[in-house]
Each structure stands twice: as structure tokens, then as C-alpha cells.
Design a binder for this molecule. Structure first.
Ligand SMILES: Cc1cc2nc3c(=O)[nH]c(=O)nc-3n(C[C@H](O)[C@H](O)[C@H](O)COP(=O)(O)OP(=O)(O)OC[C@H]3O[C@@H](n4cnc5c(N)ncnc54)[C@H](O)[C@@H]3O)c2cc1C
Length: 396
């Protein structure tokens, strides 16, 4: 395809080719680098190469799934940087805007997501609304053409340097909890927003608690209808779980292809000379292959659908399992040197536990699989039909 030659020529100018020595970061762990990713996105934006399936004019090139796959195979030959800081925009908010955004919102926000000039964060979780996200207490009250938002969010990844947040807030406390929510895009640089950085055990300072006090959001920045916030939230989360956010940056395994880099490294470092180590390595390798197949199946099921289905939860659980198995193996095989914080793989080892929490915990993914894939009976949900204000006061 002539276009792919153009892409190769462009990437040759902006990125090194991938070699056996190439190591890219994963999920931003251990890094706050924004320059490399922004330079890559800015260079590839005019051709719509990074989000090729987005419409031309909105940051993409209107590619089919097959064309996008061919493009991603070309990209795989290059050391594409870890784009974690941009993923909330690129993987979650952008696709959600294609479903719920107005043409004006799409035109205003998607091109600047694609060229890396604006970073988005996701303000969903609150101290009392994590797994039970529908319990969000952040208030949004209408005032003419504006909404006034007050409350607290927490675990807001990249909150300290995002330009925009996608934020779910309660617009009607007298409706049951899932029904009184509305989604907004909040400009982060304004009066009334205080972002306090939180430190993770892997050393990262990527997430924050965010306090909002009387923050004004114009009604034209509302995403979806008033009261439709739960449906919009589920769409954002479906894109997060099924797609790129949890898997992004992880070297994709080719089924039946060459050994993945982490395994080749262990072999080259002579860490696999005893049978127990080889056995553990093979278990992690098999898990990785199963994970790739699960992700491929979820992607195939999602093809053509505006929003990925619940099988993305299976892909997320598998992917986390692989990440943790690999990180623990590399740490264990480092022997006594593994006690040092400078040993390769240390940051990934300390990042592992967070993987099974972010994007919804393993337990929540299993609940989704049980109820929506396997058709098992649902959990008792006593507060489902009760006004949120009453359930909140413990009236049940
Ligand atoms: C690194 C990281 C980045 C994050 N980034 C963001 C972000 O950018 N934006 C954002 O909004 N949030 C973010 N989060 C928050 C994340 O979505 C929540 O932590 C997660 O949904 C769990 O909520 P919680 O922490 O309140 O735990 P809780 O909901 O209090 O859960 C506590 C424990 O109870 C279990 N549990 C709860 N309910 C059930 C149930 N019904 N059945 C079985 N078990 C259950 C959970 O699995 C968990 O083990 C991030 C989290 C991490 C770790």
C-alpha cells in the first residue's frame, strides 16, 4: 500500500527502528516524560496515523479495521514511545465522543487529543465511589447556561497536567443512583479546582485527588443528555477495559512468532538454567499467549460495535495476570540482587498490584463476566430503585 510507504518514511524521520535492544516503558511506570510522546503524536497527526479509524478531520484518516491493523504492523517496527499520558483521550474519551459528542465537541476536542497537544484525565472515582461508581456524590447544579460543580474526586491519573477532564457528576439526587448522573468535560485550568498529587509505592506521582468548589462548566461542555451520565460512563469504561489502556505499551505477542522480549532477556541473561525457573517462565509465557487470544477474541467481538462488550473484562483480567506473573518472575530470578531498587524490573514489580485495581478491580471484572457473559444471577442491589439521597442516608 503506497500510504504505508509514506508512513514508513515519516516514522524513519521521527523514531528509531525497534531492535533487540529496544525497551519501552509500560503505563508510564517510572516515567514522567511528556516530550517524546508529544513529538511522535504531533509528527503523525497530519496523516491521522495514530488513531487511523477516527474520521479524517478529527485526527484520524477514516481507516477500516483491516487498514488500521496494517498501520499498526508498520508502527510495530519502530520504538513508539509509551503514550500512557494521552491514553485517556486517545482510547477512552475520543471513541466515546464519536458516540455521544456533538459534531462541535468532536471537532473541538478530538484533533488536539490526536496531535498530543491536550491531555485528558478521567474524574470518575471518589472516596465513596470506586467499584460502586454509581454512588458518585460530586454535585452539578444548573445555573443558566452553566453548571456549577462541587465535590471531590480521587485517583485521577494525570490530573496534575491535564488540560481537560471527563467528569461524572450528580445532577439529580432524588433519582435512583444510576439515573441522576450527567457527564461533563471540565477545563482543568480554572478557579475552584485544586489538584493534590498522590505518591504511589512504585515511586510514580501520576495520580491525584481533585477538589472542586463552585467550578463553572458551560452547558456546551456537557457530554450526552442530562441524566445519561451512567451510560456514558459505561462506554468510557468499556473502551478502557477492552482496549488500549491496560494493554498499551506492553510488547504485543505474536502468536507463534519470535520469543517475547522479556523471555529472550531471561534466556540471554542465563536466568533459565534450572528447571524450576524454566517451568515458571513457561507458565508466564502460556498465560501471555492465552491473554493475546482472549484480547483477540474480545476485539473480534467488538468489531463493528460502537462500544466494546463485556468480554473486554476477560481481556483485562488476563492481561493483568500476565503483567503480574512476568514482573514477579523477573524479580524472583534476579536472586539477591532483586532486593535492590535499581534492579531491572523493580518498577514493574511495584506497579503490578495497581494493575488489578485500575480500570475496575479483578473482582468487579469477574462480576461483569459472571453476569453479562455467563448469564449468572446478579448481585443483590437493594439501592437500585431508591432515590440516591435516601440510599445515601442509609435509609434502606
Ligand atoms: C494506578 C491507578 C490509577 C487510577 N486512575 C484512575 C483515574 O484516572 N480515574 C478514576 O476515576 N479512577 C482511577 N483509579 C481508581 C480505580 O478505578 C478504583 O481504585 C477502582 O475502581 C476500585 O475502587 P476503590 O479503590 O474505591 O476500591 P473499593 O471499591 O472500595 O473496593 C475495595 C475492595 O472491595 C472489592 N469489591 C468492591 N465491591 C465489590 C463487589 N461488588 N464484589 C466483589 N468485590 C468487591 C474490590 O474488588 C476491592 O478489592 C485508579 C486506580 C489506580 C490503582
Amino acid at each position: 500500500m503506497a500510504d504505508l510507504d509514506d508512513l514508513r518514511a515519516l516514522l524513519d524521520q521521527v523514531l528509531p527502528r525497534r531492535t533487540d535492544q529496544t525497551r519501552t516503558g509500560v503505563m508510564g511506570a517510572g516515567s514522567d516524560d511528556l516530550d517524546t510522546g508529544r513529538a511522535y503524536l504531533s509528527a503523525t497527526a497530519a496523516g491521522g496515523w495514530h488513531v487511523p479509524t477516527w474520521p479524517a478531520g478529527l485526527g484520524g484518516r477514516g481507516a477500516t479495521a483491516t487498514e488500521a491493523e496494517a498501520i499498526s504492523q508498520v508502527r510495530a517496527d519502530y520504538a513508539v514511545p509509551d503514550l500512557y499520558p494521552w491514553l485517556i483521550g486517545l482510547v477512552m474519551v475520543g471513541p466515546t465522543l464519536l458516540e455521544y459528542g456533538t459534531p462541535e465537541q468532536q471537532g473541538r476536542w478530538m484533533p488536539t487529543m490526536a496531535d498530543g497537544s491536550e491531555i485528558w484525565c478521567q474524574m470518575f472515582s471518589e472516596p465513596d465511589a470506586g467499584s460502586d461508581l454509581a454512588n458518585v456524590a460530586m454535585r452539578a447544579e444548573r445555573d443558566g447556561d452553566e453548571w456549577v460543580l462541587s465535590g471531590q474526586k480521587v485517583w485521577t491519573s494525570r490530573g496534575s497536567y491535564s488540560q481537560w477532564a471527563i467528569c461524572v457528576a450528580r445532577t439529580d439526587p432524588e433519582l435512583p443512583k444510576h439515573k441522576g448522573l450527567t457527564m461533563f468535560a471540565v477545563p482543568m485550568d480554572q478557579e475552584g479546582i485544586e489538584v493534590r498529587t498522590l505518591h504511589q509505592m512504585n515511586g510514580d506521582t501520576h495520580f491525584s485527588e481533585v477538589f472542586m468548589d463552585g467550578v463553572r462548566v458551560h452547558d456546551s461542555d456537557r457530554i450526552g443528555a442530562v441524566g445519561e451520565g451512567w451510560r456514558v460512563s459505561l462506554t468510557v469504561l468499556a473502551h478502557e477495559r477492552s482496549g488500549g489502556v491496560i494493554t498499551a505499551g506492553v510488547d504485543q505477542v505474536g502468536l507463534g512468532g519470535p520469543l517475547p522480549r522479556w523471555l529472550a532477556d531471561l534466556r540471554d541473561e542465563a536466568k533459565l538454567s534450572d528447571a524450576v525457573a524454566r517451568d515458571r517462565a513457561m507458565r508466564a509465557f502460556v498465560l501471555e499467549q492465552v491473554s493475546a487470544l482472549t484480547a483477540a477474541r474480545a476485539a473480534a467481538e467488538a468489531e463493528g460495535a460502537a462500544t466494546p462488550g463485556p468480554s473486554g473484562s476477560g481481556a483485562k483480567v488476563r492481561n493483568v495476570e500476565v503483567y503480574v506473573a512476568r514482573a514477579e518472575l523477573v524479580k524472583d530470578l534476579a536472586g539477591a540482587a532483586g532486593m535492590l531498587t535499581t534492579t531491572p524490573g523493580h518498577v514493574e514489580f511495584l506497579t503490578g498490584p495497581s494493575m488489578s485495581i485500575r480500570g475496575g478491580t479483578d473482582e468487579i471484572q469477574r462480576n461483569i463476566i459472571g453476569e453479562r457473559v455467563l448469564g449468572l444471577p446478579g448481585e443483590p442491589r437493594l439501592d437500585r430503585d431508591v432515590p440516591w439521597s435516601r440510599a445515601r442516608k442509609g435509609v434502606l
